[in-house]
Each structure stands twice: as structure tokens, then as C-alpha cells.
Design a binder for this molecule. Sequence first.
Ligand SMILES: [Zn+2]
Ligand SMILES: [Zn+2]
Length: 126
Amino acid sequence: MDRGTLIKLSIAGLALAGAAVIAWRSLGSSAGGGDDAEKYDETRTRWLCLEAACRREFTLSTAELGAFYRDHEDQNPACPACEKQNTARASRCASCERFYVPRHEPPPPGQRPKPPSCPNCGKPVR
Ligand SMILES: [Zn+2]
Ligand SMILES: [Zn+2]
């Protein structure tokens, strides 16, 4: 192997390493999409920020929630966006896939309870 080949090889190696770093960085920067995967993770608890200006949807694993409740009994976890504790446990609508807070209003006297519906799209929810 002559000197020229060695230099070419090492340049190729550097280029490869550079490409790997760029690929890794772009993977890292697209991690914001990870939020979405969490939204569909049935093992996580779903939460909705009730601040009118925020309405952030977020999820917590049962382990995270358990750790929070150990230290903050009777409180709701803070919203990751506005950091207020004005949050509520939410469900995800199967139709529009947005989070909503299920309401359990008693029906008017003499009427049968209405089937629950999504406040975002109005479709019936389970
Ligand atoms: Zn918020
Ligand atoms: Zn909906």
C-alpha cells in the first residue's frame, strides 16, 4: 500500500465519520416528533393543560406519575409548556386524535345520560 492510497483511505474514513455525525445530529433534532409517539403509547397517562392560552397535550409514564404523586399528593403534574399545575387527566379521541378531558355530568332529571362525545370534533367517544 503506498502513501497516496493511505491518505485517500484516511480521507474516506473522515468523510464517513462526518456523515455519521451529521446523520446522528439530524436524528437528534427530529426527536421533537417523539412527542407524537408518546401520544399513542397506551401505557402512558395522558394530560391536558387547561390554561386557555396553552392547551398543551402531554403524557407521563406511570412511573413518572407515581414519583410525582409521592412528593405532591393531591396535586396535578405541571404542564411542560407553561409550568402551571392547571392540568387534568385526559383521554385521546379516536376520531380526531386530540386529547380531551372526559366530563361526567349527571343528565337532567328524567333524561337518559347522553353518550359521551369529544369536545373537539363532537364524535362519540368510549
Ligand atoms: Zn400549559
Ligand atoms: Zn375528537
